[in-house]
Design a protein around this ligand. Structure first.
Ligand SMILES: Cc1ncc(COP(=O)(O)O)c(C=O)c1O
Length: 492
């Protein structure tokens, strides 16, 4: 660790005095915390370009005054118990207030973002949190094998920045996968590898949004998108959702630059946008001169029938950007996803990505590319689909067993479903609170990872239940617990 000491060779103060003062300041100011190792005298002398003796004398003095401590065979540390006099000085530093009129005014931070909800830190007996997959299903062994194999061929990949748009091998397999699985015909240079779809959303926002830009979203929609657009000072236009997804007729007629939506499995309600609405939507976008972001976050998990062709696969105008992620199929911790852009946006998006971080980690990309190319990803997906389908079935069965003919949406695909509560039941927020008191997590719209503008017809009477991270036994037990809670309410 290099210690930030700057020497002034023209100063009347000796070098020894300068080093002493600066080290003492770093310790008292809390920048070098008790227990922090201090570089060996030889190392600090080399860093500062001075004689080792000078540093040794400083260390001796700091030790004598109780700031440093030396331990045999370990080295020199900031003293764990700073002397009372130094603590008093620390307190003086911490409580020092600028005299009146001297206050330093720091610039306002233009950023207005709010952190989105990812994961749930509460420990519950049964948590139906929608944004969680099962750690036990991550293909650890095989993933480790692929990492080891690719490590051996690393050569310069760790020391050079790669293509900011992403590793070609990965972009190629993603483009192939999209052709087969989603009916999207794209070239690898249209694919930008990102840190999850959240980074893809950021890139798209960077390209398209400025202060006051009108951005339309579904209502309710994905929180990560709504909060992000707000942080770019977009003006949000909520568009209602019904049983067929976004109500295209209610889109603003003009002025919209960007529409964000989840057509395959509306987030959070799970509805699928039918083909007629998809085509109308594309016409609307062309008329309005708007771009569309299609977030296809969980389309790998379809349990019945064939998936509808993605919007981007139907787009002849070049107005759709497609977001994909490995967060559901592999795990959100990988932070691996992709943004697919129309040809006209390739250059701008790659430039924005280069400015943002010069591209994604090579090891993750090559491992994922090899994992897909070898067929292991296909096998993994089939296995996951099978497991999650059984969990979904267990959830539907348990709900029916305890609550009768329940009204559900979003059951044909994805990793969560929506339960629309009948009249006579407590409201969704009340039920959420009751379940929580009994160690079960179920989520009203806007309480999980969704964003509710407030006037949605689903706000009060819909609960979201994720089923990916609980096994079938836990799912049944969790729903039974909610039913017991329910039965104990006098009016129900
Ligand atoms: C609607 C939606 N989009 C995208 C994602 C994934 O985000 P990321 O790829 O950044 O992990 C999620 C969460 O899992 C989601 O619910």
């Amino acid at each position: 660790m290099a210690i930030p000491i700057v020497l002034d060779h023209n100063s009347p103060q000796s070098l020894q005095g300068q080093i002493f003062e600066q080290l003492r300041h770093l310790i008292l100011g809390g920048k070098l915390k008790p227990g922090t190792p201090i570089p060996a005298s030889r190392v600090l002398a080399e860093q500062l370009g001075i004689s080792r003796n000078t540093v040794l004398l400083v260390y001796d003095r700091l030790m004598a005054e109780g700031y440093l401590q030396a331990r045999k065979a370990i080295g020199t540390y900031v003293n764990l118990e700073l002397p009372e006099t130094s603590l008093a000085a620390t307190r003086r530093i911490a409580t020092a207030v600028p005299a009146q009129g001297e206050a330093i005014r720091q610039p306002d931070i233009p950023f207005i973002g709010q952190k989105q909800t990812r994961g749930n830190t509460r420990h519950l007996d049964f948590d139906f949190f929608p944004d969680r997959t099962d750690l036990d299903l991550f293909p650890q062994k095989i993933w480790r094998r692929f990492i080891n194999r690719t490590f051996a061929s690393s050569s310069t990949h760790f020391t050079e920045c790669g293509d900011p748009g992403g590793l070609l091998q990965l972009r190629e397999v993603v483009a192939d996968h999209l052709g087969v699985a989603r009916g999207i015909s794209v070239t690898p240079d249209q694919v930008i590898i990102t840190a999850g779809s959240q980074e893809g959303l950021n890139l798209a926002s960077r390209l398209l949004i400025k202060d006051g830009t009108l951005v339309a979203t579904e209502n309710p929609c994905y929180e990560g998108a709504a909060l992000l657009f707000q942080s770019y000072y977009a003006k949000l236009a909520p568009v209602p959702v019904d049983e067929s997804g976004l109500d295209v007729e209610q889109l603003p007629k003009e002025g919209v630059t960007l529409l964000y939506l989840t057509p395959s499995h509306q987030y959070p309600l799970g509805f699928t946008l039918p083909i007629e609405r998809r085509l109308k939507l594309l016409d609307w976008a062309q008329r309005c001169g708007a771009y569309i972001i299609e977030d296809d976050y969980d389309s790998d998990f379809r349990y019945r029938g064939s998936p509808l062709t993605a919007l981007m696969g139907l787009d002849d105008y070049g107005c759709v950007m497609y977001l994909g992620t490995f967060s559901k199929s592999m795990g959100a911790g990988l932070r691996l996803g992709y943004l697919v852009v129309p040809k006209t946006l390739i250059h701008a998006t790659r430039s924005a990505k280069a400015l943002l971080n010069n591209g994604h980690s090579w090891l993750d990309q090559i491992t994922m590319a090899e994992f897909i190319r070898s067929g292991a990803y296909g096998n993994h997906l089939r296995r996951m689909r099978h497991v999650y389908c059984k969990r979904r079935d267990a959830l539907i069965e348990a709900l029916r067993q305890h609550f009768g003919a329940v009204e559900l949406s979003g059951v044909e695909s994805g990793l969560h479903l929506a339960w629309h509560l009948p009249e006579g039941y407590p409201s969704a927020p009340e039920l959420q609170e009751l379940a929580l008191q009994h160690g079960v997590g179920v989520y009203a719209i806007g309480a999980g990872t969704a964003y509710d503008y407030g006037q949605s017809r689903y706000s009060a009477r819909t609960l979201i239940l994720g089923f990916a991270s609980l096994n079938e036994y836990q799912i049944r037990a969790g729903i039974r617990r909610i039913a017991d809670v329910f039965a104990s309410i006098p009016s129900t």
